[in-house]
Design a protein around this ligand. Sequence first.
Ligand code: NDP
Ligand code: MG
Length: 360
Amino acid sequence: MKRLLILGATGSIGTTCLDAFRSSLMEDTVIAGLIAYDDSRIYDLKTEFGVPVFLAKERTEEEIRTFISSVSPDIALNGVSGIAGLRYSDLLIDMGINIALANKESVVLGGRFLLDKAERKGISIIPVDSEHSAIWHLLNGHKAERLIITASGGPFRDRKDMSRITVDEALNHPTWKMGRKITIDSATLANKALEVIEASYLFSFPPEKIEVTVHKESIVHSMIESPDGAVYALLSIPDMTLPIVSAITGGHSQAKLVRPLDFSTLSLTFEGWDRKRFPMLSLGYSALEQGRSYPIAFAAADEKAVNAFLSERIGFNDIPKVTEKVLDAGWDTEPSSLGIILEQVEEAGRMAEEAICLYT
Ligand code: NDP
Ligand code: MG
């Protein structure tokens, strides 16, 4: 039996994973322990699943490490939200634990440093993000020259007037039910920018070989184009159960994880994305092209700006303004250690707070 530790157990990813256990979809896997931040509902989960639990708020890294080693996991699902996820991924790699990685920020910030370290230690990092899970499956057996990442387009895909967008409107995602940070990122397309950066690092593709297409049905989770021009796609209904269980089982699940598609009613559409209305995706591409610590600054500025928008300190259209201001400062430092990466996060966050004050 594989022992699974779930980080972010009370969140959207954590809950979907626990639901998979409730529906007996996780053959050969047992829950070893659960971690969240400060949500006391974790104690209900402790009772339900009969496993050790841990709340990380105000706990030291040493205490977290001690808890993790006490439950001796073989694999951990990192479903922590935002930049906080990086420290966990780094810790898990240090501790020799394989990772099913939902926390895209870990790869965006940790980049080559994190992935090289995992490789040196023989740790597998299997992506859970649905697009990257699809690409991970498709690359297993095919060579690719280009990656095509699909985007639902979020709640404002067809909205012409992007002024006066409220928090409730931005939180109303048409196809996916997710945590607040990623839902706002989906509305600005910053989520797609983070995913392009994530794909570039995970699969070693340069930005010009990664295309984004808007696919409002969220049925095709991504595609790869092989050298002969053939395009391979992975399709399923939008349900994170598939990529989560797939990552934990290494793609070997025998259980039916999602409802089958009904091809008699299926219609699939693809279109380009609007650079004017969604500047965050352009900023993300440009951060990736510039390399070094630019992707870190992009992610750190975006996170601060999203929190400021959620607490109604700035407007929706100020999110790209804050991010652009931070990126303009120049981020040429090579992110060659966790210490340097965290310094860059701190610095970009401080600059973002200054920029937020300008728009408040
Ligand atoms: P949620 O906001 O729903 O959940 C976040 C979880 O992380 C909660 O359990 C929260 O605990 C926990 N958490 C937050 N900070 C810490 C911390 N410092 N230490 C320990 N636990 C912490 O987020 P999602 O589940 O939506 O997203 C999680 C990650 O997965 C994100 O990186 C997101 O981009 C990625 N992802 C999510 C998808 C989805 O469908 N939701 C799809 C693809 C990727 P508490 O409740 O106690 O605050
Ligand atoms: Mg995704």
